[in-house]
Design a protein around this ligand. Structure first.
Ligand code: SF4
Length: 426
């Protein structure tokens, strides 16, 4: 497919955006199962896909030995692809067998893939049919993790969006509640919950909840704080239920985390003195940790290829808190409203690109010669072979990077490849 480069007219709030469509090099949405199955502990993810999908999951998840795994692939065989078998009957049999053997599964996600989409297997119909059959025991939901025209973090977005209709209705007379949206490692989520409790915000829920059975309620008094920038579909499902989005920077670094917490504090009418008193120790810790990394990062040029959708908040963090110079910041999709607090903080002259035409992007990286390029696994090796230092984008999704206490580790993830390069050059 040939790429088209369109320079979108600069908006009032940010630099011009180079829009591209062409060949892409990204993982698919099935990857999200790797972190979601750890997070949502009463759920099982059944991918309806091919052997390729099964292999992707196994290799993304690493070598795991579980007594009772919480994801699996129902393989669509070649004869199914040729339309020779009734896939729905076969799928029903697989689900019946699974639930008979694993009665503790309370929520089953049927996860669509490229093969299931190609043969037009309607998983929403299957979820409805199987949901009725297993009603009262197992809730059956579906979403797509397919790699057709999607990128890997959209798997989480699609999964969370499928949970929104399952959330109870918040009673209309209830006071305001805060909803943290986006999967975070438990340890990081707990740090935030402690901070919110100290701030006096106690009516708080998380999506995803650690168990689908404990999904928080949602309604017009719900205020949404996004913890991840790639949740556009989930956000619109939640606002469709009356909840209100709190615009905020994302909680990366001392300042990003402060701004994120402040958005909630302001929405709940907390006074500045109390806010500053509660967050000061964490903010100071984060600043001290960042000082140590800034030495190595200051003035270094960085390019992001579009991959996780974390690119813009991370580039903002690296520029404003670590002194790095973003050259090109590529993102698969530019959700302007979600990133409204981030885009104006990028330094003037930062080239922002949306979408991907991988060959053109690699040509720009070669011309720019940044000190560090953040990209997918498939592009890292060729770039390293050309003498460019790289960082795997997916590592940023798998690592705890949000919040005050992770700020130093986040900067260290970018400092490490630069240190390695310096050692190799000596
Ligand atoms: S869903 Fe598509 S892109 Fe993902 S592993 Fe399966 S075939 Fe490959």
């Amino acid at each position: 497919m040939s790429g088209v480069g369109i320079l979108e007219a600069p908006g009032a709030d940010c630099a011009p955006v180079l829009r591209e469509r062409g060949q892409r090099e990204v993982f698919c949405g099935l990857t999200g199962i790797v972190w979601l199955h750890r997070k949502v502990q009463d759920a099982f993810f059944l991918v309806v896909g091919s052997r390729t999908c099964a292999h992707l999951l196994q290799s993304a998840a690493g070598v795991m030995i579980f007594a009772e795994p919480r994801f699996a692939t129902a393989i669509i065989e070649e004869r199914d692809l040729a339309g020779m078998a009734d896939c729905h009957e076969e799928l029903d049999r697989v689900v019946d067998r699974l639930l008979a053997r694993r009665p503790e599964i309370r929520t089953l996600f049927l996860v669509g893939s490229c093969p299931s989409e190609v043969i037009k297997l309607d998983l929403s119909k299957a979820a409805e049919r199987l949901g009725t059959k297993h009603a009262g025991r197992t809730r059956i939901l579906n979403y797509s993790g397919s790699g057709i025209e999607t990128t890997f973090t959209e798997g989480e977005d699609a999964c969370l969006a499928s949970l929104v209709p399952e959330m109870p209705v918040a009673a209309s007379g209830e006071g305001p509640s805060l909803l943290l949206v986006g999967s975070l490692p438990d340890i990081v989520e707990d740090q935030f919950l402690r901070l919110f409790a100290e701030l006096g915000i106690e009516n708080i829920g998380c999506l995803p909840a650690r168990a689908v059975a404990d999904l928080p309620a949602v309604g017009t008094n719900t205020r949404i704080l996004l913890a991840q920038p790639f949740l556009g579909e989930t956000l619109s499902a939640l606002t469709g239920r009356g909840a209100v989005h709190l615009p905020a920077p994302f909680p990366f670094g001392a300042e990003g985390t402060t701004g994120w917490l402040k958005a909630a504090a302001d929405a709940f009418g907390l006074d500045d003195m109390q806010f500053n008193r509660v967050i000061a120790p964490g903010r100071e810790r984060a600043k001290r940790a960042l000082e140590r990394q800034r030495e190595r990062l200051d003035g270094k040029r960085i390019s992001f290829l579009p991959d996780s959708q974390l690119e813009i908040p991370l580039a903002r963090f690296l520029a404003t808190e670590c002194g790095m110079v973003p050259v090109e910041v590529g993102t698969p999709y530019l959700h302007r409203s979600i990133l409204a607090d981030e885009l104006p903080q990028l330094p003037r002259g930062t080239r922002i690109s949306e979408g991907q035409d991988v060959d053109k992007q690699l040509d720009r990286v070669r011309a720019d010669q940044p000190d560090l390029t953040v990209c997918g696994l498939g592009l890292a090796n060729p770039l390293e072979a050309e003498g460019l230092s790289t960082k795997w984008a997916i590592e940023l999704v798998f690592s705890p990077i949000h919040g005050f206490d992770q700020a130093g580790d986040l900067a260290e993830l970018f400092a490490r490849p630069l240190r390695r390069r310096d050692v190799l050059q000596v």
